[in-house]
Design a protein around this ligand. Sequence first.
Ligand SMILES: [Mn+2]
Length: 430
Amino acid sequence: MTQAPLSQDAIETHNAQRREALDDDYQALARTLRRRGIDADRVKRSVADFSIALPSWATGRGGTRFAKFAIPGEPTNIHEKLEDCAVVQQLSRATPRVSLHFPWDGASDYRALKEKADGLGLGFDAVNSNTFQDQPTQAHSYRNGSLSATDSAVREQAIAHNIDCIEIGKALGSRAITVWVGDGSNFPGQQDFTRALDRYISAASAVYAALPDDWSMLLEHKLFEPAFYSTVISDWGSSLMAAQELGAKAKCLVDLGHHAPNVNIEQIVARLHRVGKLGGFHFNDSKYGDDDLDSGSINPHQLFLVFSELAEAAARAPAGPTPAYMIDQSHNVTDPIESLLSSTEAIVSAFAKAALVNRDALHEAQERNDAMMAFQALRAAYKVDVSPILAVARAEAGGAIDVLDFYRQSNWRERKAQERKAVGLGAGIV
Ligand SMILES: [Mn+2]
């Protein structure tokens, strides 16, 4: 039986006070959309079917390499992280799965952890390996790289850790492993570009060989940091090369913050989809680099354009695989639950707006080389305030009409501050 973390009766009371105004807004929007030939109920149904995974590590306060400022009541272990994820899911009804990171989320009994998640109404998404930092118990250091290290003993250790993650994932019901390595160099000449990639692909092949048939291996590229001159899987080109050499189950994962400034990410999405290698996303936003800011807080238009490319791809190949959608953010100055709720709304909003694009009008304008009308086809969808559609879909699924308002009234964090032990000082997740 599902043990919801918040009172469902209280959510229903909250919704009852807002339902009439919401229905009014929804009907007005439905009339506007009907004049454009769009069925609001159809969009609402696709919103209801859309979901994003939550990252366990984003439930605690993040930080920069300078400091992390914890808040009272933040989770201190994987069980408490799951409870906070369940709060986000209960209110948003769009985040039914959690992505775990090992060894950060290590547990003694993963079947018991799965039961705990089941009880909270949560499933598990991709598992994430960690070979970018050393653990006290490991024999070899990753200071000179992991899957691409020159020392074969280090590579073997990194391979074994990734296989351990797959085994944990099997117990949890995961169907994918996301691999990001911090491997790279800080000086020209420090590392041979070709030999480093060869070693990475060879080691990654050993991980790939351990994948169950119905799993995916998602390769996450990142241009810089912690390595500041070159990284082994630096961009979508390197990621695609590796995924193509590894095999059909290997795909590329696009983290929106892992590119050079101003790179056209929506075009990368279209390219990867074309070759069947778009495996998934890490949603966040950025102003300068890999800032891991809240989705849609800096560049909501880019988020919309990414989803517009996905909608285009889905229209072209309706039976094609859906990428794995996940949030990957660092919440340095907010209550992480509030950021996850707000970000979920921003992501679902971009998805819903992309569903409003008149694709026939767009394609006709493209064929006529009518740049302005092609742009207007996108702009007309982007300008629509889809929040009534999202709120009705949420409320119909049992979520809250005003997620942040309800969350604040629930005093969840204040109550947890009384129950959970304090988090110590330290550097945050970067
Ligand atoms: Mn990421």
